[in-house]
Design a protein around this ligand. Structure first.
Ligand code: NPW
Ligand code: K
Length: 500
């Protein structure tokens, strides 16, 4: 699913009006109906409502929503926040229609016109939408502050009033903090940025049948992966397949005290369809790995406590494996850095790089040029910062991410809520699955195992990253449903991985 910027959304609106064709006022009615369909499923018709409307088309939506909810017998009052002398045409049209069916329309011009909003009420925020062009001030600001102070449940129409859809807000900006956002057709880029979590609440999109061909053609670097899109990436298994079909992966993981990282990663790799798996761990990890993961072959490093790259039992060179995953629990010992330095120039196929392998790259940036094209890097924000430089806001972080992926021709999986997968072409795919329960030790090791398995099965690296991140998050969501976010462990996530 594409994410478009504000100019494109406006053009999409016009394209729909022209080509469907549909009158603007009917498009607004369709949007209001889609909102109402969402709303009535969640809030019973006895819920007292206060609907705040601005004077643009977002406000027009609010007025149409008010009329449609009145038809469904919701007790409601409408508050028009009158901050300017001019209203949009479709606002005026809906204003006239609403006045025919209710007298409950009040005008908010001064602070004392703002009503109390008790906890049993739902506030619908239709003050400002995607047409926001400057910070909220005066009575708009006061209304937003009052909504945020109130204990009422808040639902924003299309986007929280005061939030820019595709550019950074200033720290002092006043923005509605909704419990829900119901957006028309496509998510806004702002919804996917961690710094905006307070200003989106639980967000959803509702279909208002905007012009499909325009969306298909619109250029954008930003995508949001819907579950049906992720599932399409899954390869079907050939009836005549054998274990060689699914590749032989080498996982380089673990150090003294962190052999568990190698175990988790190996288990996840096996649960994600790898044909054969060899794990190289420091000598001390050999009995652990052989016991905990009997399905994997294990080659002990000659070094007892850290990975040095040498091994006595096997001579297969890492370059001869289908893919290599490196990083979980490896630490930053000088022997391990030496191993990484020797390894990189020998590899040509895409590999997976995680955790301290990333930190070693950050401290030795000349190695970045040696990464095999299409490799997948899986930093969390702090690790990514060590690979680049600090950023001022989430938008700058996205720019940096796209730049980095393009420059080194790699796929970067920036972990977090809505994990962002940046491609060598400079696109970004945001993930839909996952929850805060995944912020626990070992879940990153699990992801590395998943991605290594997908590369071993010869998935295209971008598709591997998008699908792997999706499946990992989905497993996390299933565990959270069963035992709650607080009780979940990385092992649970491995066990919940599903590929159907
Ligand atoms: N996308 C679609 O296909 C569909 C979209 N629809 C709906 O349309 C909404 C977008 O509508 P919109 O363009 O009229 O924008 P909206 O935000 O309501 O108001 C802009 C007005 O406010 C003003 N203004 C700006 N900032 C301000 C501030 N801080 N304080 C005070 N004023 C401020 C601004 O002034 P100006 O910048 O011109 O000076 C302008 O006059 C969209 O979110 C969705 O709800 C659906 O109806 C149908 C399908
Ligand atoms: K709004």
């Amino acid at each position: 699913m594409k994410i478009l910027n504000v100019d494109q959304i406006r053009a999409l609106d016009q394209a729909t009006i022209q080509h469907e064709p549909i009158a603007p006022i009917n498009l607004m009615e369709r949007a209001a109906l889609a909102f109402v369909d969402w709303f009535v499923d969640r809030f019973p018709a006895t819920t007292p409502l206060k609907i705040f409307c601005g004077l643009g088309n977002n406000g027009g939506d609010g007025l149409a929503i008010a009329r449609l909810l009145l038809e469904r017998d919701y007790p409601l009052e409408v508050f028009v926040v009158r901050y300017a002398p001019r209203e949009s045409d479709d606002f005026m049209h809906n204003h006239r229609r609403l006045k025919l069916v209710t007298d409950n329309i009040r005008y908010v011009e001064l602070s004392h016109d703002i009503p109390p909003m008790p906890h049993n009420e739902v506030v619908i925020d239709a003050i400002l939408g995607s047409g926001l062009s400057r910070p909220a001030e005066g009575i708009v600001k006061s209304a937003i502050e009052a909504i945020n102070r109130s204990p009422a449940t808040v639902v924003s129409v299309d986007i929280a009033s005061g939030l820019y859809a595709d550019q950074p807000n200033a720290p002092e900006d006043v923005i509605v903090e909704p419990d829900y956002t119901v957006a028309f057709q496509l998510p806004k880029l702002a919804f996917l940025l961690p710094g905006n979590a307070r200003y989106t609440g639980d967000w959803q999109t509702v279909d208002i049948q905007l012009h499909k061909r325009f969306i298909d053609k619109a250029p954008t670097p930003y995508y949001y992966t819907r579950p049906d899109e992720a599932r399409l990436l899954l390869h079907k298994r050939d009836r005549y397949a054998h274990k060689g079909t699914f590749g032989h992966a080498l996982l380089l993981a673990g150090s003294y005290g962190k052999i568990g990282a190698a175990v988790l990663s190996a288990r996840a790799c096996l649960r994600s369809g790898v044909g054969l798996l060899t794990v190289q761990v420091p000598g001390c990890g050999y009995p652990v790995l052989q016991t905990a993961v009997p399905e994997a072959m294990c080659r002990p490093d000659t070094h007892e406590h850290v990975l040095s790259g040498t091994t006595e039992v096997e001579t297969t060179s890492p370059a001869d494996f289908t893919t290599v995953g490196i990083g979980p629990g490896i630490g930053k010992a000088s022997e391990t850095l030496a191993m990484l330095k020797a390894l990189l120039p020998t590899l040509t196929k895409p590999m997976v790089i995680d955790a301290d392998a990333l930190n070693l790259l950050g401290e030795n940036r000349e190695l970045l040029d040696q990464l095999p094209a299409g490799s997948i890097l899986t930093p969390h924000p702090k690790e990514f910062e060590r690979l680049t430089a600090p950023w001022q806001n989430d938008y700058e972080k996205l720019d940096r991410l796209r730049e980095f992926a393009r420059k080194y021709r790699v796929v970067v999986v920036l972990k977090g809520a809505h994990t962002a997968v940046a491609t060598p072409e400079g696109d970004i795919h945001f993930n839909a699955t996952g929850n805060p329960g995944l912020s626990t030790g070992g879940t990153g090791d699990v992801l590395t195992g998943v991605l290594t398995a997908l590369l071993a099965q010869r998935y295209d690296p971008v598709e591997a990253a998008v699908l792997g991140v999706y499946a990992h998050g989905l497993a996390g969501d299933q565990v959270a449903e069963q035992r709650g976010q607080i009780g979940m462990t990385a092992t649970d996530v491995v066990d919940a991985l599903r590929w159907a």
